[in-house]
Ligand binder design. Structure first.
Ligand code: FCB
Length: 450
């Protein structure tokens, strides 16, 4: 497992709404997640992120944990409603929080990777139509510009968007995430505006602001497999792949939406005129790296009564606490496919991790064997990919802390540090100790190589 080059980056990741809390501190206004989680039945146990890990007030301690873990880098996101609590109203106090956080990280020798949008859209933007309104592209650019101007000098790499599939299809079509709409056309429009805002933000940083800081986007990719070799199941797998992966990969790397999916969507999307001239070229702007979040593979079968003719199929793979397949081999296959069909850019694994039902022992230990095995298997896969010349630039474990896991509230724990949400105390799980060892053994190797 120590087969990583000296440049390889190990990190850990979080996002603003999931850990910050401080929902009414520092001039922050409400985001769609504040409101969505107040709606009965949307989040398990009626949980919300008002307090979360109270990271807004405890960031210094949390950075000490990252330092003790020994990783090179930390990926976090900026809460847009802290920066623009109202349309066009810039909040300096919100920016000060991120400046202090970045200062602290740099003092600790940790490279900051900053995501602009990890789903906490301000309510004011939602009230004007959110991502369905094309003006959202300009709102996002105004937010991006001030972040770039104020923070670029501290930042190691920028990520425009985290998982556009979740921010669009899961949120506007499937309704599981804020704002909880269930409309295919809205999902497709939201996806387009999010992708467009990505392309334009990259251009803004590189061309208008002439920055050299690397910038990219992060997609959640789920390699899809058909239950059988039947034509029907193959069709189901094709459609699931189009819906989850190609609808986002194709525009970013090929400058067009996949035609088969455009046809399939056209029973619901009556008019594609929201795709305007020049949009596709903007979306396909050249980036410096490509981020992927990988958790699991998916197995599907044909279902004649489903909109896109696929449904999840029973798989006998070992499962995480989310019921997701543990599938490190499919992770490797995904990377081979990206190399064959899409890109030569350096790939960063910007998230990978697992939830399990952890038990905090009386002595403060957490023996999370499932998570430890999961991380070992996936880091092993990355190591093999590196040896095969797949050019992976880094690996970020999701997540630093147990946190607000969106619609699952606090019920699902992804952290390598256990959080007691009544006392806000953090505890090292065995997985954190193991990750520290893996990172440290790479550092020894690193010194030997230097
Ligand atoms: C990803 C999200 C992240 C977290 C993990 C478990 O889809 O980017 O915020 O919820 O899943």
């Amino acid at each position: 497992m120590s087969n990583f080059s000296k440049e390889f980056i190990f990190g850990t990741a979080t996002s603003s709404y999931q850990i910050e809390g401080g929902f009414d501190q520092g001039g922050r206004s409400l985001s769609i997640w504040d409101t969505f989680s107040e709606t009965p039945g949307k989040v398990v146990n009626g949980d919300n992120g008002r307090m979360a890990c109270d990271h807004y007030n405890r960031y210094k301690e949390d950075i000490q944990l990252i330092k003790e873990l020994g990783v090179d880098s930390y990926r976090f996101s900026i809460a847009w409603p802290r920066i623009f609590p109202e349309e066009g109203v810039y909040n300096e106090e919100g920016m000060d929080f991120y400046r202090s956080l970045l200062d602290e990280l740099l003092k600790a020798g940790i490279k900051p990777v900053v995501t602009l949008y990890h789903w906490d859209l301000p309510m004011w933007a939602y009230n004007k139509g959110g991502w369905i309104n094309r003006d959202s592209v300009n709102w996002f650019l105004e937010f991006a510009e001030v972040c770039f101007r104020e923070l670029d000098r501290y930042v190691d790499s920028w990520i425009t968007h985290n998982e556009p599939w979740c921010a669009s299809f899961l949120s506007y079509h499937l309704g599981h995430h804020a704002p909880g709409h269930r409309n295919i056309e809205e999902g497709v429009k939201a996806a387009h505006h999010i992708l467009l805002s990505h392309g334009k933000a990259v251009e803004l940083l590189k061309t208008d602001l002439n920055s050299q800081t690397p910038i990219g986007i992060t997609l959640n990719l789920t390699p899809v497999y058909a239950k059988t070799t039947s034509v029907n199941d193959q069709l189901a797998a094709n459609n699931a792949d189009g819906y989850t992966n190609r609808w986002f990969l194709d525009p970013i790397f090929k400058g067009s939406y996949p035609h088969d999916m455009m046809n399939l969507f056209s029973s619901y999307v009556h008019d594609y005129s929201f795709i305007q001239e020049g949009d596709m070229a903007s979306i396909a702007v050249e980036c410096d790296f490509f981020g992927i979040n990988y958790y699991n593979r998916s197995l599907v079968e044909y279902a004649s009564n489903e909109n896109f003719l696929f449904i999840g199929s029973h798989s006998d793979y070992e499962k995480t606490g989310m019921g997701w397949d543990v599938s490190p081999n499919e992770f490797k296959e995904l990377i081979y496919r990206l190399r064959m069909d899409y890109t030569n850019l350096p790939i960063f694994i910007t998230e990978n991790g697992s939830a399990y039902d952890d038990v905090l022992e009386e002595d403060g230990s957490v023996h999370d064997k499932g998570r430890t095995d999961y991380l070992e298997k996936h880091i092993q896969a990355v190591s093999e990919l590196q040896q095969e010349g797949m050019n992976i630039g880094g690996y970020f474990l999701w997540s630093l802390l147990d946190n607000f896991e969106w619609a699952f509230g606090y019920e699902k724990r992804f952290g390598i540090f256990y959080v007691d949400f009544t006392t806000q105390q953090r505890y090292w799980k065995d997985s954190a100790k193991r990750y520290k060892e893996i990172v440290a053994s790479r550092s020894v190797h690193k010194e030997a190589v230097q």
